[in-house]
Ligand binder design. Structure first.
Ligand code: MG
Length: 386
């Protein structure tokens, strides 16, 4: 039987996940038709992609670049929109059957909600969606029968390990973490960390925001929250294991003590392809894992004292409500302040913690409560960054 063509929209198509997703599409051209592409500000790259993949519509976030994109794509008869409203419209177009949300950061949350509300399945790379609005998105998924396919390598690994298994037979899931570039650095030296040091990730080549989140390990904290919503498991049954080689992408332990793990070279094309062509493991010629050339795989416990962001993420998940929104928005604000060299590395968790302490959390938040909390968090942190 022939598989149906996926009518795919990619949000954030010029970022690292978006580019890799288009490589996957390229490798399986007959399986996909591109409905839409969106980019935050890289108009030049978006134009190149549109010429190559012929989407029906593209959206450029930066409204000042609308005319440039429009005139470049006029001969291709591709509809062009700009700005936030155009992006949200693109996310809810029901001529797509699958939406890859590869937007980085807080702005990625609403497009996920829009897509799910329109009954479109989402291949989710944007962590903020589930961290900030996991409860709301879960409810909407049931109401509109939309699915979430995880793109993150750890969640893809768990998803693959859980295939054909019963959730009640799962004792715990174990998310692996590389530990980032400062795994072996004493905490006392954290204040000397420069932007350049923090952007130097040992295994994965990612965008700047996520690379800093890996260095603070907030990324792993977010992944625990995501795993909670994706796999419906309580915090006590989600563990973190530091595994510096990033070969085992995550593990699932069952009640009989049996453990399943998923391994592979650290290449995002593999989990992206699985999320886009689920439930198929489609043939691809990406680099293969050669176990004999690996040497050894090592494992350590995470250092919660050194990486305070982990504990902050657990606290946010435990208390729920709008506290995870504060966690996320405060972290976003702090990370960009660090990248602009306004604050030092150890101040990232300090700012997040200060915002969480000051916040009066709202339980069972609706979208308005989430957006209001986003505004509150930014306002709260602003004076600390001037
Ligand atoms: Mg990950």
């Amino acid at each position: 039987m022939e598989s149906p063509i996926k009518l795919l929209t990619i949000l954030g198509s010029t970022g690292s996940i978006g580019e890799n997703a288009l490589r996957v599409v390229e490798a399986h051209r007959e399986r996909f038709s591109i409905v839409g592409l969106s980019a935050h500000s890289n108009a030049e790259r978006l134009i190149e992609q549109a010429r190559r993949f012929h989407p029906r519509i593209v959206n450029i976030g930066d409204e000042s670049k609308l005319d440039e994109v429009k005139s470049a794509l006029a001969p291709e008869s591709i509809q062009v929109t700009a700005g936030r409203i155009g992006l949200l419209e693109l996310a809810s177009r029901d001529d797509a059957t699958l939406l890859l949300n590869a937007i980085v950061g807080v702005p990625g949350m609403e497009p996920t909600i829009q897509a799910v509300e329109s009954g479109i399945d989402v291949a989710l790379s944007n962590k903020e969606s589930l961290v900030m609005a996991g409860d709301l998105i879960r409810r909407l998924m049931e109401e509109h029968s939309a699915a979430l396919n995880p793109v993150d390598s750890e969640h893809s690994a768990i998803w693959q390990c859980l295939a054909g298994e019963k959730l009640e037979e799962v004792r715990r899931i174990i998310l692996t973490a590389s530990g980032g570039p400062f795994r072996n650095m004493p905490k006392s030296e954290f204040s000397k960390i420069t932007v350049h040091d923090a952007l130097n990730h040992p295994n994965w080549d990612m965008g700047n925001k996520i690379t800093i989140d890996s260095a603070t390990m907030m990324n792993k904290g977010f992944e625990v929250i995501e795993a909670h919503w994706l796999f419906n498991l309580p915090l006590q049954r989600i563990n973190i294991l530091v595994h510096p080689q990033s070969i085992i992408h995550s593990l699932v332990e069952f009640v009989d003590g049996s453990i399943k793990a998923q391994l592979g070279v650290p290449d995002m094309k593999v989990p992206i392809q699985y999320a886009l062509l689920y439930p198929e493991h489609a043939s691809a010629d990406w680099k293969r894992l050669d176990l004999t050339s690996l040497g050894e795989l090592t494992f350590e416990k995470p250092d919660y004292d050194k990486f305070r962001c982990l504990e902050l993420a657990f606290t946010a998940l435990k208390h729920g409500g709008t506290l995870p929104v504060v966690l996320n928005v405060a972290n976003d604000t702090a990370v960009y302040a660090f990248l602009r060299e306004q604050i030092r590395f150890p101040e990232i968790p300090e700012l997040v913690s200060a915002a969480m302490d000051a916040h009066a959390s709202i339980q069972d938040p609706a979208l308005d409560d989430i957006l209001e909390t986003e505004r509150w968090t930014k306002e709260f942190l602003q004076p600390k960054l001037d």
